[in-house]
Design a protein around this ligand. Sequence first.
Ligand code: NAD
Ligand code: UGA
Length: 455
Amino acid sequence: MNNILCIGAGYVGGPTMAMIAKKCPEYRVTVVDIDAERIHAWQSDRLPIYEPGLQELVKATLNKNLFFTLDIAKGIEEADIIFVSVNTPTKTFGQGAGRAADLQYWEKTARQIKTYAKSDKIVVEKSTLPVRTAEAMERILKSGNPTVHFEVLSNPEFLAEGTAVKDLENADRVLIGGHDTETGRKAVQALAAVYAHWVPHERILMTSVWSSELSKLAANAVLAQRISSINSLSALCESTEADITEVARAIGMDARIGSRFLNASVGFGGSCFKKDILNLVYLCQHYGLNEVAAYWEQVVTMNQYQEDRFVERMIAAMFNTVAGKRIAVFGIAFKADTGDTRESPAIRVCHALIEERAAVVITDPKALHNARKDMADCGDKVAYEEDPYRAAEGAHALAIMTDWAEYKTLDYRRLYASMSKPAFIFDGRNCLNHKELFEIGFNVYPIGKKPLSHL
Ligand code: NAD
Ligand code: UGA
């Protein structure tokens, strides 16, 4: 049971396997992908993703007991435990387009496992999947060689980007869903034994496969719901001069509510929250639970409203026009400490500003490479600048879209001096010192607070 394979070398597969390799030196861990560029990057000093602490983690075991390769067939043949960590994006075509999960990558791996497996395997769903996907996986696998036994487990990943290494090292819980059969229980124990190398026993949770699959969608839905809840109240704060930071603090001090994940913002981004909620909505509709579907869909609707509201507020503050104005967008990553721009609210904001004929310049410490791809359709209507000071030169406004730590320590006097006046700052993350900025001369627009304006 000492050979582990992971199919999919992305944001989840790479870091998770690197952590297993480090904590379980007696296991041989192989990660495969169809993307040759990605696999080569994992073998180099320039990893395909940016995560604090990841370079050191990978370096510690690379080519000792951690291997990245393109040879999927050999990987499957040799493995005892196979994690499947491929992408499961929202479907863009056919039935369920825009809501259902696109399971084509997932299904393809099931067929590959069926084709190349010559001995019994434990197959672990690491990707986030609709409830009862394991059943489809089992059916595909059972249609192959009858002498090979496949046991399918669900083991969703809860890491967040930007803190992946920390989250893996010190997981709140590890969830393993398995069938209540002799082979099912044995497989659960084999997987639990891997995590038991560093995760305390009481944090390894064992459930049915279906509960495990649904718990992952539910966890993301509830996290996103908290953000939409606080963001909905931020709109009311702006209308009533209540302050969302004060409100969040007051409610968060109730131990039953808790203080985390109550930061009002321009909206949540990332590859998963929206996708997973829409997947949940689709599932509910499929089972005829239309009220439940509508309830969760509102979390996504509220997020879009928050992004739209942010741009509307910018335009209204800047005398109802941004046409021809230079706007410096500080941060395009969907959160700090990642280069990931998937579903970043900043992208939607940039598109809306370009639609209004603003001249947009984007700066970001780690995500400009992805931004260039995301904004390719905008051609020369958008510029990219590594240095935030140069991005701000001649700008009419700064829009803070990502809460990068370095944005808190910039020399705002210097930025202000180089900008067109009146100079505006729209803090989409409420991460700056608004009073200080106002005193420098900026007209300051936070989220869910009264603006501080000289006009
Ligand atoms: P990703 O797009 O970064 O990585 C997926 C990888 O799978 C890609 O490199 C792709 O080339 C590869 N792949 C696709 N089909 C393949 C095949 N047939 N054989 C080999 N490789 C194949 O995706 P990700 O962000 O790592 O997410 C993976 C899953 O984990 C998704 O279901 C996601 O919802 C879930 N998840 C993601 C996060 C996160 O923070 N990104 C956190 C928890 C869960
Ligand atoms: C999220 C979950 O937190 C992880 O547990 C989960 O594994 C992962 O999705 C997934 O399934 O992909 P992630 O999207 O990487 O992780 O990052 P988060 O820290 O959850 O932030 C998501 C978005 O919400 C970011 O845009 C962030 O800026 C925003 N956010 C977060 C707020 O606007 N306010 C908050 O209080 C917290």
